[in-house]
Design a protein around this ligand. Structure first.
Ligand code: SF4
Length: 504
């Protein structure tokens, strides 16, 4: 069937479709014509979406006299009709989820507030972020365009977002402090004149029979990760220049020069050391690898935290998106090669931090280096030291013993199996093929906080709690055992001029 027959009339857009179209015309086209090609949201993506919905509902409590337009997307005509009735009722001062259509664009407005004593309304968009982003302004601009086209006189456009400075003191969350409302009218207004042309181009594009020819690249992940990434990159080679570490600028330059594969990058193209190693696609052992590894002190602790970041603070003296550790794992290697494993996981719904810190300090003792993979553990220890003054001295002392394995790997070693990534998930199986994450229920860190939240939830059955507890323990343990095995594997590598002649 021709795509044209799908839209005998002008296609209807929504604000989310408009935002998709701003990111990429192909994304918008696929969302409308071939949504089945999208990768279904994983648990993490779904959690982000659910969080946004929850924050929106919480924000409404700031407007106790607000009236909700409850008809959903299956009842658009009824939603628009109900919104009209509420607009016409002078007793209604705040409307939630009002439905408006203009120029074939349908929007649902988070909050529309009548400005007292005037015929003007204030448009309020609620976001779960902690600051205003450019994409929020585009989102508000298309809403303002539709509202004004519909006949609403707008007296202001605001973004309501979470306030990272709010420190929760216990008891009821203070909504007046949890949310910040920023007047962004002056930032949104200048965007309005471009909206009709942008919409017109999108609608025209949607009437075409063929999908727009857009090459995947950096734009696919900004401002959101596109759900069609797997579809668009299915035919790409492992040696596609996108996988070159070092970011967008190098990738864009290579694309401009028509270079698709890393192996086709000309020798005179300026590459960083890491990029050169990936291009060479050989094992590379830096001359100083051994001496870097020997700076470590025994007993060597291998430490990893798992953390969660509640958008709405749950425990006193925390703020929105405060990073709260709930679990640690520590593999301790003695100088004679013997290994001990310690761990902690808070299995109850309470602030885990003090108990976590006390048990950790007992496991770390006062001797030896603490091997970590990235600067994350330093941040957590420093934050704990600030939160618990009586533990500050010991936690700061522990932080001063951290030894970052990631820095050593990045600077002194490369393996073709890394595929340009220095993440422990890439480094571990390349260096220690018998040890990866494939046998675990949790295979990457983003899932751990979601399962933790499920484990401590009151409605979770004891059987499910036990299962999740085991999965969390296995995952964190694998990270620290992985660090230990990576160190051991690297200690077995020997530099020689013959094996690593080019890329020192
Ligand atoms: S993956 Fe990239 S190119 Fe493909 S539709 Fe999404 S944004 Fe566009």
């Amino acid at each position: 069937m021709s795509q044209l027959t799908l839209f005998p009339i002008e296609p209807r857009l929504s604000k989310s479709k408009f935002v998709s179209g701003l990111q990429c015309h192909k994304r918008l086209y696929l969302e409308i014509h071939s949504p089945e090609l999208a990768t279904a949201p994983d648990e993490q993506t779904q959690a982000v979406l659910d969080n946004g919905t929850g924050i929106g509902e919480l924000a409404r409590r700031q407007f106790p006299c607000g009236v909700l337009v409850a008809f959903d997307h299956r009842n658009v005509a009824l939603a628009v009709k109900r919104t009209r009735q509420l607009l016409d009722d002078p007793a209604v001062t705040v409307i939630f989820e009002g439905a408006f259509q203009f120029d074939h664009v349908l929007i649902r407005v988070d909050i529309l507030e009548r400005i007292a004593g005037t015929s003007y309304w204030r448009l309020i968009e609620v976001k779960a972020s902690t600051r205003v982003k450019a994409i929020h302004l585009d989102d508000l601009a298309v809403q303002a365009y539709v509202l004004e086209g519909f006949g609403i006189a707008l007296g202001g456009m605001h973004l309501m977002h979470l306030n990272r400075q709010y420190v929760y003191r216990g008891g009821e969350v203070d909504l007046a402090q949890l949310f910040l409302q920023e007047d962004v009218t002056n930032e949104v207004r200048p965007r309005l004149p471009d909206i009709p042309a942008r919409l017109s181009i999108m609608k025209q594009m949607l009437l075409e029979e063929t999908t727009p020819d857009v090459e995947p690249g950096s734009h696919c992940h900004v401002p959101f990760s596109c759900p069609f990434w797997e579809h668009c990159t299915a035919h790409k080679d492992d040696r596609w220049v996108f996988h070159l570490p070092g970011g967008k600028r190098t990738f864009d330059k290579l694309v401009q020069q028509g270079i698709e594969l890393i192996d086709h990058i000309p020798d005179d193209f300026k590459l960083s050391g890491v990029q050169q190693r990936m291009k060479a696609n050989l094992e590379w052992i830096g001359p100083d690898l051994k001496s870097a590894l020997q700076t470590i002190r025994y007993p060597v602790h291998h430490l990893d935290f798992e953390t969660f970041m509640p958008s709405v603070p749950q425990y006193p003296m925390t703020h929105p998106y405060h990073t709260l550790p709930f679990q640690w794992s520590n593999h301790i290697e003695m100088e004679d090669g013997t290994v001990r494993h310690d761990h902690y996981l808070c299995v109850e719904q309470r602030d885990p931090r003090e108990e976590l810190a006390v048990t950790l300090l007992a496991s770390l003792g006062h001797e030896g280096s603490i091997c970590v993979y990235s600067g994350y553990e330093w941040r957590i220890l420093t934050d704990l030291a600030e939160a618990f003054p009586k533990l500050r001295r010991e936690l700061s002392a522990a932080a001063s013993r951290l030894w970052d394995l990631l820095i050593v790997v990045r600077k002194h070693y490369y393996h073709p199996g890394f595929l340009g990534s220095f993440s422990i998930k890439a480094v571990l199986p390349a260096l220690v093929p018998s040890l990866d994450y494939g046998d675990l229920e949790i295979q990457e860190g983003g899932l751990a906080p979601l399962l933790y939240a499920r484990m401590i939830a009151a409605e979770t059955t004891p059987r499910e709690k036990t299962r999740i507890c085991a999965a969390l323990l296995d995952y964190c343990k694998r990270d620290t055992l992985g660090m230990l095995e990576i160190r051991r594997a690297l200690l077995g590598k020997t530099f020689s001029e013959e094996s690593s002649p080019v890329l020192r």
